[in-house]
Design a protein around this ligand. Structure first.
Ligand SMILES: [Fe+2]
Length: 386
């Protein structure tokens, strides 16, 4: 094991020699100096791990040496050689950072014990500083990694948000194309999809529907009758009364619509809303015969908006109804065909007047009007928003 070096500074040669002998026997390597004006240069140019310095010396005293060492080599402990008469100076030295003091005459055992303690303390301090440094480095690395990872995650989040926005735009474009296909198929419902979107979103807003659910409602409102694509034109656009078999075929449109939309993975919820948009509140609708809250809420909204738009729109066999007349008719089927709470929201919401539905015509023959109105509601119940 390599010897540890002690630097002894004392102007009395006999003291230096005595200490040197003890330390050498204790397996230490020793450097000696009588002090003087060149001591700082010596302290600078030698390798040592401990300083033992006398206090009272000409030119440069022990306190000056202590101050220099503590200032320039903080890890090197300094032991002060002192006499019984130097009590106050010794206290001062301890305050300035001396590790310990050795009172002359010094015994070999006390010297070696004190030196050993001082060096052990120095080792602990160095080790502690090393651990602190490693800890700081580790923390810095960790913080940098966290910062780097956070930056990556933020970047990824922005990319995902952009991708989601693009997907939503594509979805909306696809929905618009499909809506045009529906309206091209059913020439009597031109503008119906846009109005449905407007009314349903308004009711949805009043119900606090937001985020993804709002998007589902928007898409389902536009696409609710997509299944009509699969119904023969001759039945869909028939002006005369439909027979039972033809009604059954029209009723298929909610399931056809659901099947088409369910093929698009992001539209699963929309497909379920479409499937049930002809369920009646009292359970008399189709395809599931669902009742009340069993019917998806968004399907119940679509049902109310669908009837309102059908009644306020012109049809080949009747003129459009005024908003007041349509609301009056809707009240008649509230609680049976339609969810009364949603009907109430429609009634309380004046936004629908902005839709500018077809101008209502005055019916001179009340009986004829009632007859045509009945057909209109009846057709809706079967799934034809006429
Ligand atoms: Fe429908």
């Amino acid at each position: 094991m390599e010897k540890r070096t002690v630097f002894i500074i004392d102007d009395e040669e006999i003291i230096r020699k005595t200490l040197s002998i003890h330390l050498t026997k204790g397996n230490y390597s020793v450097i000696q100096s009588a002090g003087g004006s060149g001591i700082f240069e010596e302290l600078k140019n030698n390798n040592y791990e401990l300083v033992i310095s006398d206090i009272r010396m000409p030119e440069v005293n022990g306190l000056q040496i202590l101050e220099y060492v503590k200032k320039n080599y903080a890890n090197i402990p300094v032991l002060i050689l002192t006499g019984l008469m130097d009590f106050n100076i010794t206290i001062e030295a301890m305050k300035m950072g001396a590790f310990d003091f050795l009172i002359k005459p010094i015994t070999k055992e006390h010297l070696l014990n004190t030196v050993q303690n001082a060096l052990h303390n120095r080792d602990l301090l160095i080790q502690n500083k090393k651990l602190e440094k490693e800890n700081l480095e580790y923390r810095t690395i960790l913080e940098n990694k966290v910062e780097e990872r956070t930056e990556q995650l933020n970047k990824k989040t922005v990319e995902l948000e952009n991708a989601y926005e693009t997907l939503q735009k594509m979805n909306f474009q696809m929905v618009k194309v499909l809506a045009e296909a529906i309206e091209a198929k059913d020439k009597y419902t031109r503008g119906h999809c846009d109005r449905m979107r407007f009314i349903c979103l308004k009711i949805g807003e009043l119900l606090g529907i937001s985020g993804g659910e709002r998007t589902d409602l928007e898409f389902a409102a536009i696409l609710h009758d997509l299944g009509k694509i699969g119904i023969a034109d001759s039945i869909l656009n028939k002006i005369d009364t439909l027979n039972e078999n033809e009604f059954d075929m029209i009723k298929e449109h909610s399931l056809i619509g659901e099947k088409i939309i369910s093929e698009i993975s992001t539209f699963k919820n929309v497909s379920m809303i479409i499937k049930h948009h002809h369920e009646n509140y009292d359970g008399s609708g189709y395809p599931g015969g669902l009742k009340g809250s069993q019917i998806p809420l968004l399907s119940r909204i679509i049902a109310v908006a669908d009837v309102f738009d059908a009644l306020t729109s012109k049809r080949p066999y009747r003129e459009s109804l005024s908003i007041e007349s349509a609301i009056s008719e809707i009240k008649n089927i509230s609680g049976t065909k339609l969810d009364p709470s949603i009907v109430q929201l429609l009634i309380n919401n004046k936004e629908y007047t902005k839709l500018k539905p077809n101008q209502p015509q005055k019916h001179s023959d009340t009986e004829e009007k009632n007859k045509l109105l009945k057909k209109s509601l009846c057709l809706h119940a079967y799934g034809n928003s006429l």
